[in-house]
Design a binder for this molecule. Structure first.
Ligand code: SF4
Length: 421
């Protein structure tokens, strides 16, 4: 979502004469688009701001602005940092040209971090960087208020863009040469417009000529009707990949998290998805060490992961976020050592499962959307399978954005290796 928002910010600034430059040294303005979901993201941003201190001392009119969810969440605290001149929240990017101008001319600090119930930036065409994937935000905000999550406070209440605006943006992305779009939202499958549901929308996006792959992220398990599964199953260009965040496998913890499903309901949904969409890649998010989580409750999460055998998983230690329901109601009382021990056990489990699943694909032919040269092997190309697995293979004459049919020869827990046929 931040990549998408950065593209919107570039579009908002371009008519005012701002251009991207190659290095911080050359810049007059640096805007840092931030995430507030985890503690690690905070640490990275404060580290980056500290690195900018020498430049701030050297340059006279040097503007450093913090954008995004951290800006919304920490406001004055960030403005107190010696290098920061601007703090602008996710719903206030239209204010940026004026605030930057004011900061350059008068040296004043500026803040605009009011949440909006209506802002969707639907009239702004994002200035995308080159690549094969175009992110398309179909909604903003979230109404779910999961107790650990800061998003409803940093991105506000849920609001959907119109089907017509989204389709215009998808057609523009296709015309600009992007073969893949990823529909984005904090709770993408609760998308709702008078012209249709998420299932209706994804079918219309898939029907846009020249769009060869459609992905979406992230859905909530409570909003998964059958017509969405049927749409995914029936359309060859809707990728057979569903990211289904479990978060925890114990019902008491799921209740405290405010997730609105039980372990049994989640497992039933996962089985239904696998039944309706043969070969689907199922991935998940897990939080270990949520307040009061016992060893026995953690083991239930372990068991669900073992039984469902996700293709991959993002696993995190719980970290308290300022302003969330959990931060107000529960002490962060699982000892750090226990969180580390639990995350290591889940990493090991998932690594074994992902390795086994990837190894089972040795010998198969995968349709790979080529992204470009492989980072560590310049004579190889890298791309993604339909299910979203990274595939590396000796370079073909085909350009990024084309498809290769790759016979898989080797596999690790994260990557498939093969040769194009
Ligand atoms: S659905 Fe996702 S974005 Fe919304 S509150 Fe829950 S975790 Fe946060």
């Amino acid at each position: 979502m931040n990549e998408y928002d950065s593209a919107l910010v570039r579009s908002i600034l371009a008519p005012h004469g701002f251009q991207s430059c190659a290095s911080a040294q050359d810049a007059e303005v640096i805007l840092v688009n931030t995430c507030a979901v985890r503690e690690n993201a905070y640490r990275k941003i404060y580290g980056l701001l500290d690195k900018l201190r020498p430049l701030k001392k050297q340059k006279k009119s040097f503007v450093v602005g913090v954008l995004g969810c951290m800006a919304q969440n920490l406001k004055e605290e960030l403005l107190a940092h010696p290098v920061v001149s601007l703090v602008v929240g996710p719903d206030n990017y239209r204010s940026l040209p004026g605030l930057i101008e004011q900061s350059i001319t008068s040296g004043d600090c500026g803040i605009d971090a009011d949440l909006s119930e209506y802002e969707t930036y639907s009239d702004i065409a994002p200035a995308r960087v080159e690549g094969v994937n175009a992110w398309v935000a179909i909604m903003r905000g979230c109404d779910n208020f999961c107790t650990f999550c800061v998003v409803p406070y940093t991105r506000g209440r849920e609001r959907s863009r119109s089907v017509a605006d989204i389709l215009d943006e998808v057609r523009a992305a296709a015309a600009a040469g992007f073969p893949q779009v990823t529909l984005l939202g904090q709770n993408v499958n609760s998308y709702s417009d008078r012209d249709g549901s998420f299932a209706d929308l994804i079918v219309r996006v898939a029907d846009v000529p020249a769009i060869r792959r459609v992905r979406f992220t992230s859905p909530h398990p409570k909003d998964f009707p059958d017509d969405l599964l049927e749409a995914i199953a029936a359309h060859p260009n809707i990728c057979k990949h569903v990211h289904l965040p479990l978060q925890a496998g114990n019902d008491r913890i799921l209740g405290l998290m405010g997730r609105n499903y039980t372990r049994r309901e989640f497992v039933g949904l996962a089985e239904r998805i696998r039944d309706r969409i043969p070969g689907v890649s199922l991935t998940t998010d897990i939080i270990v060490g949520f307040p009061t989580e016992t060893e026995g409750e953690f083991l239930e999460t372990f068991k669900v992961m073992e039984n469902l055998a996700f293709d991959s998983a993002f696993i995190f230690k719980y970290s308290e976020r300022k302003g969330t329901i959990a931060s107000r109601k529960f002490a962060d009382d699982v000892p750090p050592d226990s969180k580390t021990d639990r995350i290591v056990r889940l990493f090991d489990l998932q690594k074994r499962i992902s390795s086994d699943k990837n190894r089972a694909r040795i010998g198969s032919l995968e349709a790979v959307l080529i992204e470009g040269p492989a980072e560590k092997k310049p004579d190889h190309q890298v791309g993604k399978s339909d299910g979203g697995t990274t595939v590396i293979f000796p370079a073909t004459p085909e350009a990024p954005g084309s498809f290769a049919r790759v016979r898989i020869r080797e596999a690790s827990s994260t990557t498939l290796y093969g040769e194009a046929m």
